[in-house]
Every structure is written in C-alpha cells, then in structure tokens.
Ligand binder design. Structure first.
Ligand SMILES: C[S@@+](CC[C@H](N)C(=O)[O-])C[C@H]1O[C@@H](n2cnc3c(N)ncnc32)[C@H](O)[C@@H]1O
Length: 226
C-alpha cells in the first residue's frame, strides 16, 4: 500500500516538503509572465496589471485626486496610483499588514469594522473620486458560501462609495462569477451613470473573478428617485 493510501488525509509532499498544491502554485507563479513583469517593474503584485488594464479600457484614473484602496495588501494597486497620479491622496485598508508606500495612509484593520469608513474618510482631505475594492473573502471551498461572503464585501464597499464619493466619481470592485447580483446592480445603476463589467487579461482565466466599473456618480441628493 502506498503512503497516501495508508493515510488519505495527508497530501503528497515533494522532496523539499512542499504539498502538491503548493508545487502547482509555485510552477504557475514561475511561468506567469505577469509575475515576471511585476518583478521587473518593481510592483508588489501581479494584480497591479489588472488595474493598469482596466484603466486602459475605462480611463478609471483620469483626473483622479483622492483614492480609497479597499483590500490594499500587498500594495500593487496603490503603487500604480502613486506612479500615475503622484499628487493624489491615497488611503488604503487591509486585514493584512502592508509595507509602507510613500504618500499612502494605510490602516491594518477590517473594513467591516464599525469605525473603518470614518477612519478612511478622515485620512483624506475631501471626498474621494475613486473608491476601488480588490477585497475577496478567504475561500472555504463551498462555492455558494464563498460567493456570498465576497459579495457581502462588495455590497459594503458599494455603500461606502455611495456615501463618500465626490460627484462624477468612480467605483471599481472585484466581484465573483455572474457579476453583481440583480439587487446590487440595480443599486449601482441608480447611483452611477454607467455600470459595466470586465475581466482584464491579467485576471486568470480559471478564476471566477470579474470587475464591476461604475462611473459618473450622480451625487448624494436624497432625491434620486426609484
Ligand atoms: C487580491 S488582494 C488585493 C491585492 C491588491 N489590489 C494589490 O494589488 O496588491 C485582496 C485583499 O483583500 C483583503 N481583505 C479581505 N477581506 C477584507 C476585509 N474585510 N477588510 C480589509 N481587507 C480585506 C485581503 O486581506 C487581501 O489582502
């Protein structure tokens, strides 16, 4: 009987003590052109190219002066912002620690904490014109649960954007397959002039992530009908 057969819960280990899945991850990383490019460009994440590609298509960064980066770690998106918009004020938040980025205020805390929205707002000298969320909940492997948990974060991020954005502003968020659900889509369509979905080339084909891009925030007049 093989070792795995004797103990089916144990993952196959390579000579270096890596599990089979971490070997697959490592192989994918080593062969990934975006990972190589990120290294060459001094960017902390391959995710940075998703923002670059989405900006190429939707001009997300045009004219932006204040940015909120939800799920900032390790910091690739904010690095892109600082390079493209050196004068922009940037504040980010993440459960995980993020190495400092010059010109960016970083909170290591849960965005879902009661005081998180106020702290983010206080760190900027006015309303943001771009709220972007790359947050994803830790997956548990149960498709429906994972979807609901990440969509909960997207919904909270959407409300934060609606409550803080400057008129004309943009909300960009990672969503899972199927795009935004009907209710969330209706909410965004009510508050933004255009709402689109895109999967940038840097987003891995096998992943169920998409991005929603809501542009032209209509403002906070209590009176948006519907
Ligand atoms: C894909 S990563 C972001 C990558 C980032 N855009 C970059 O380019 O470096 C998603 C991040 O969302 C964070 N996150 C998930 N849930 C969160 C929450 N409730 N509050 C704050 N951050 C959260 C995770 O810790 C993770 O670092």
């Amino acid at each position: 009987m093989s070792r795995a057969g004797r103990n089916p819960d144990k993952r196959v280990k390579t000579a270096r003590g890596r599990t089979a899945s971490s070997v697959r991850w490592l192989e994918r990383q080593l062969n990934d052109p975006y990972v190589k490019q990120a290294k060459a460009d001094g960017l902390r994440s391959r995710a940075a190219y998703k923002l670059i590609e989405l900006d190429e298509k939707f001009a997300i960064l045009k004219g932006v002066t204040r940015v909120v980066d939800l799920g900032i770690a390790p910091g690739g998106w904010s690095q892109v912002i600082r390079r493209r918009l050196p004068k922009a004020g940037v504040v980010g938040i993440d459960l995980l620690p993020t190495e400092p980025i010059e010109g960016v205020t970083i909170f290591e805390m849960d965005f879902m904490a009661d005081d998180a929205p106020a702290r983010l707002q206080e760190a900027l000298d006015g309303p943001p014109d771009l709220v972007m969320s790359d947050m994803a909940a830790n997956t548990v492997g149960h498709k429906q649960t994972d979807h609901l948990r990440t969509m909960g974060l997207v919904e909270a991020a959407s409300w934060f954007a609606i409550e803080t954005l400057a008129e004309g502003g943009t909300f960009l968020a990672k969503v899972l397959a199927g795009g935004t659900d009907t209710e969330l889509l209706a909410l965004l369509k009510k508050h933004f002039r255009t709402v689109k979905h895109a999967k940038p080339p840097a987003s891995r084909k096998g992943s169920s992530e998409w991005y929603v891009i809501a542009q032209g925030f209509k403002g906070r007049a209590e009176d948006i009908p519907g």
